[in-house]
Design a binder for this molecule. Sequence first.
Ligand code: NAD
Length: 349
Amino acid sequence: MIMNRLATKAISAVARTPSSRGFSTTSAVDAKVAVLGAAGGIGQPLSLLCKLSPEVTELSCYDIVGTPGVAADLSHIPTKSSITGSLPSPVSWPPRGNGGLAETLTGADVVVIPAGVPRKPGMTRDDLFNTNAGIVKTLVEGCAEYCPDAMIAIISNPVNSTVPIAAEVLKKAGKYNPNKVFGVTTLDVCRANTFVANHMGVDPKDVDVTVVGGHAGITILPLFSRVNGAKFTDEELEKITVRTQFGGDEVVAAKAGAGSATLSMAYAGYIFTENLLKAIRGEDIVQCAFVESNLTDAPYFASPVKFGKDGVKEILPLGELSAYEKKWFDKMMPELKNQIKKGVDFVNN
Ligand SMILES: NC(=O)c1ccc[n+]([C@@H]2O[C@H](COP(=O)([O-])OP(=O)(O)OC[C@H]3O[C@@H](n4cnc5c(N)ncnc54)[C@H](O)[C@@H]3O)[C@@H](O)[C@H]2O)c1
């Protein structure tokens, strides 16, 4: 229940506070959030939600295109956080390397990365590897240089590979802290909650599905056996499990070549980010994340994680899987381990 209660609480700060149409302007501590890929389909609504968040006092938007416009637009929203929009080499000649990235990242507490290309119909997340691996590598090299103590939340797919890429880049730079690098799997939890709530005929805020494994197809494993009061026939359980694993494909197909989930992902990325900021200022937070983990024999694994001010405080035990879940778990592990290895090899070979 914890994660979903937090999600509901977090979004209520934006959506339900009556005083200023929900756009609270108070924050307990200063917190700088950098969004890399901020002009994209996810990046723009994610930046909007961050601009509305009472947890954020400084928002830095970075992309290779469009961020001056995104930042100018968001700057007219009457919330307390300051906002900047940077490009790689702002108004300089000769180009001065990645000055915009340095400005974006310096002083950041949390860096959220939705930079990269999205899927088109028929593509798997792994098909994005060739393009997105290099983008994530470059951006995390920037983090190692300009904000080595920041928490880094990676949205760019394939998350099962881009998180290990980030870790290897930081290791090479001597800056790796496994407690501060996460893959964002929150959208899988959102989908599982929505689908099971619809099935049960209850309010989605009253369910919280634990989703473990990774973030791609069969590596996504929702543990519906733990949802109080949920009853399924074998056929229903198979259907809802597969729908959660391949929920992203529904959106890719419906967008018909125009990209993948952006609005629901921005919501999920915002919930994840805001929970990190709450943890930084001392709240105990539990949410699912793809992190370096020794729960299984895969070096990274998504599961419920307790967060504190220095990032991961504790990876909670996996607990018993049902026979049905164990079947998926066994099927998933070779694929997950391969995708992780692909990321590690990309940086080291
Ligand atoms: N983790 C998840 O659950 C989840 C869900 C949906 C999408 N995604 C992934 O998120 C990524 C972004 O999706 P989108 O729909 O926003 O794509 P998009 O193409 O709309 O936006 C991506 C943005 O990244 C920018 N970009 C590209 N290279 C960059 C670089 N080197 N530095 C900074 N910015 C750069 C682009 O200019 C663009 O604005 C994709 O990889 C997609 O697969 C993840």
